[in-house]
Ligand binder design. Structure first.
Ligand code: KG4
Ligand code: ZN
Length: 349
């Protein structure tokens, strides 16, 4: 089965062709990230306008690179939410139009299910259930116990900011560019991760939930205490030792919190065979280095390419394939496209 995936939930415009739910034949992403690196975040209307311009060329490129025409596509899968409404509509209106023109089945995919499916793409061998997925991006931080493609239980989630959001807000405070994950990571590469002892969020609580607003506040107070003496907008430009120590310590605290929840979840669910890490934050090098200790001897899988960590259409095509299998081949042409969608609908279409 060849699936055309379309993803436009945030600032990316992406289209991909995936065969059999795992083999990526093409994955094209047009990003307007450069436009937003100075604004410290995405401006929704501007993002949607750029997506209107790039949607069709991106689909044409995905078909061409995949060596296909619309005729060869068996299913169209599109992100139905959550995300920026204008952006989501660009993708779903295009998908609906192509499905009608090409007379192809269409399926709407929850963005979270896309990230959960990203660890299946182009793997040397296929993952084994039951497994634990840590999915951390700019919009969510969640821990899922998964027994099959169509079954998952949310074990814990963030009570406030997402892990990626903490990186993004922390970067703004340190006068580093958006998105904050890569810029904090790069700046902190030469820093001391233990130079600034940030607090352990939700310490003393027996929970699998996450919380990042306290860390953000701790960074704010640390900077306030330093700032009468230091101008951060000048310092980051010269990548000073102080900024790299702050970035490394902040990154260390974010990653340690993620790892502590994985360890706790594995203690409670000894049957888990593999640990998967998905979402934009799964690209983080420090997190990748810290996870083996958190997971004991279990197999750890990350998306096989960095391209599949952040928002992309290949993961939506994979999720669409598995969803259709769960529906016994029945696509659902009528679905709601919405900026926010309840967690209970992650595995439905
Ligand atoms: O999954 P994604 O592309 O979009 C959302 O659905 O949010 O994730 C984007 C988030 C941003 O907050 C960004 O700062 C973070 O993922 N991110 C990273 C890294 N690359 C992207 N965080 C930490 N380290 C990275 N290398
Ligand atoms: Zn995402």
């Amino acid at each position: 089965m060849n699936v055309l995936g379309i993803e436009t939930s945030c600032d990316e415009t992406s289209a991909a062709i995936v065969t059999g739910g795992t083999r990526v034949r093409s994955c094209v992403i047009a990003s307007s990230r450069e436009t937003f690196s100075r604004s410290g975040g995405v401006i929704p209307e501007q993002a949607a306008r750029e997506q209107i311009r790039s949607m069709q060329p991106v689909i044409d490129q995905a078909l061409e690179q995949g060596g296909m025409t619309g005729h060869d596509v068996d299913l169209i899968a599109v992100t139905r939410g959550p995300g920026l409404l204008g952006s989501l509509l660009v993708g779903s209106v295009t998908a609906r139009t192509l499905a009608a023109l090409w007379k192809k089945p269409l399926i709407g995919v929850h963005h979270t299910l896309g990230h959960l499916s990203s660890t299946w793409l182009d793997q040397p061998d296929q993952p084994q259930f039951p497994l634990l997925t840590l999915s951390a991006s700019g919009g969510h931080t969640e821990l899922w116990l998964r027994r099959s493609h169509g079954d998952g239980k949310l074990l814990g989630q963030t009570r406030d900011d997402a892990a990626g959001e903490a990186f993004d807000k922390g970067a703004t405070m340190l006068c580093l560019p958006y998105p904050g994950g890569p810029s904090i990571s790069q700046t902190g590469e030469t820093g001391d991760p233990f130079a600034f002892p940030f607090p352990h969020p939700l310490a003393g609580e027996d929970t699998l939930d996450f919380s990042y607003s306290g860390l953000k506040t701790a960074l704010k107070y640390t900077l306030r205490d330093l700032s009468p003496r230091i101008d951060f907008s000048m310092l980051s430009a010269t990548s000073s030792k102080l900024v790299s120590d702050l970035a490394a310590s902040f990154e260390q605290a974010i990653c340690a919190h993620l790892c502590s929840r994985v360890t706790r979840a594995l203690e409670r669910h000894a049957e888990v065979k593999e640990v998967h890490v998905a979402g934009g934050v799964s690209a983080n090098r420090r997190l990748r280095a810290m996870l083996p200790q958190a997971c004991g001897n279990r197999t750890i899988r990350f998306p096989s390419r960095l391209l599949y960590c952040t928002d992309n259409a290949a993961m939506i095509a994979a999720a669409g394939t598995f969803l259709l299998q769960e529906q016994q081949g029945k696509a659902v042409h009528v679905f709601e496209t919405a900026a926010s969608l309840p967690q209970e609908t992650v595995f439905s279409c």
